[in-house]
Design a protein around this ligand. Structure first.
Ligand SMILES: [Zn+2]
Length: 87
């Protein structure tokens, strides 16, 4: 599997570290309810199909990427810089 890093181009997946579902980037506010934190820390979808994930280009430019990957085929659908998605 190859991931198209926006800064480095297409690279082998072994250069990257998988962090997990991209919902990790949507952290609740510090004063959020216990239930909101419980959901953030423990609950994850496990989709069969397109899934947004966070990957770190650890052996490249050190960028954090948001990768949309089909979990059935491992096809990479889109790759953006993780910070571009923050509001
Ligand atoms: Zn890179």
């Amino acid at each position: 599997m190859r991931i198209e890093c926006p800064q480095c181009g297409a690279r082998d997946v072994r250069e990257f570290t998988y962090l997990g579902a991209a919902v990790l980037a949507d952290r609740p506010d510090a004063d959020a309810t216990t239930e909101a934190w419980q959901d953030y820390v423990h609950l994850r979808d496990n989709p069969a199909g397109p899934h947004d994930e966070l990957w770190h280009h650890a052996m490249g430019c050190s960028a954090w990427l948001r990768v949309r990957r089909n979990t059935l085929t491992h096809e990479i659908l889109t790759v953006t810089m993780a910070q571009e998605d923050r509001t």
